[in-house]
Design a protein around this ligand. Structure first.
Ligand code: HEC
Ligand code: HEC
Length: 281
């Protein structure tokens, strides 16, 4: 009798701890998706005053560029127009490897190469969170690929990090900067895609939009052209509030409002890592 009671208690306790682990995972996913990862910056439709939150994640920006004509699709769990039919394994393959459910490579604008580094737990967390979204019916036009799509992986981001590596401040900073795909926007194009090995963080990429054309800035540690002469507070203000050192308001598409959700520990780690990016004048 006592033993049976004990067993029942054990079963309840492990069910409760399983449910807690799941809710921790969803919380972590929420933090990442609506913060650092800026998924909604592409996948949520925009109105004159920013993201249309009651249609969050139901399909967003469009691009018509030499390699593709695509719209960021609906990533809510709707089974017809969203990702409801994707299994967890298929979602993992899509996020890390950039291969869609139909086996085709996703358009390069989806930064899957920057998610190769993602820890197994963070990948699980993102997927667990996506599964909790309200399903919304909204089909976007099919993608048109005008050439073979690449899957650029930034150097150092080829393999998944372990959770333990995130305890090291600089590794954590590099990890977060990678999954936030900062260097994708802040590195100019070279002969074969972004010049990560020669011009990492040098800026100069152009982003046309309703705001005009914004040009990504030099965020290397250069004291003259980069952010080497900025204080930590200057850098944090630029990332989370979109205000440059001289007080100028910065333009989209950088997801300042998303980055504002970052924890102090994560923001400090990013600043610490940016200080180590070799200067380019
Ligand atoms: C820079 C813009 C951008 C960001 C940031 C972005 N995506 Fe995407 N994503 C796209 C585009 C564009 C496509 C569609 C490409 C295609 O159809 O080939 C896509 C495709 C997808 C797909 C495949 C959907 C399908 O119907 O096959 C999923 C799932 C997805 N993204 C999830 C995410 C998640 C989760 C995040 C954040 C971790 C994210 N995306 C961040 C632009 C983006
Ligand atoms: C989608 C592209 C994109 C992403 C992703 C992005 N940025 Fe930016 N960033 C820009 C652009 C474009 C500007 C310049 C805006 C302007 O001048 O109005 C900018 C400006 C900045 C500035 C201000 C520099 C200055 O001289 O005023 C800093 C600092 C910065 N980004 C750091 C980061 C960091 C760190 C990340 C990742 C957490 C990041 N950016 C992610 C596009 C991006």
């Amino acid at each position: 009798m006592i033993r049976r009671g004990f067993l029942a208690l054990f079963v309840v306790a492990s069910w409760v701890s399983g449910a807690c682990a799941q809710s921790d995972l969803v919380k972590r996913g929420d933090y990442l998706v609506n913060g650092l990862l800026t998924c909604g910056n592409c996948h949520t439709p925009k109105g004159p005053s920013g993201d249309i939150m009651d249609k969050a994640f139901s399909g967003g920006l469009s691009w018509d560029e030499p390699p593709f004509k695509v719209t960021a699709p609906n990533i809510t769990p709707d089974t017809e127009s969203g990702i409801g039919k994707y299994t967890d394994d298929e979602l993992k393959r899509l996020l890390r490897k950039g291969i869609k459910r139909d086996g085709k490579r996703v358009a390069m604008v989806m930064p899957s190469g920057f998610y190769e580094i993602m820890t197994d737990r963070d990948l699980d967390a993102v997927i667990a969170y996506l599964r909790t979204l309200k399903p919304i019916k909204n089909a976007v036009p099919d993608p048109i690929y005008k050439m073979e799509q690449g899957h650029p992986i930034p150097p150092g981001g080829e393999r998944p990090y372990s959770e333990g590596m995130l305890n090291d401040r600089l590794k954590r900073g590099f990890y977060l900067t990678t999954i936030a795909h900062c260097m994708e926007c802040h590195t100019p194009m070279g002969q074969h895609g972004r010049d990560f090995n020669g011009k990492l963080g040098a800026g100069g990429a152009e982003f046309p939009g309703p705001w005009g054309v914004s040009v990504s800035r030099n965020i290397t540690s250069s004291k003259t052209s980069g952010i080497g002469g900025w204080t930590d507070e200057d850098i944090k203000r630029a990332i989370t509030r979109g205000i440059s050192k001289d007080g100028r308001k910065l333009s989209p598409p950088m997801g300042y409002g998303y980055y504002a959700n970052m924890s102090a520990v994560d923001l400090n780690a990013i600043v610490a890592y940016l200080r180590t990016v070799p200067p380019i004048d």
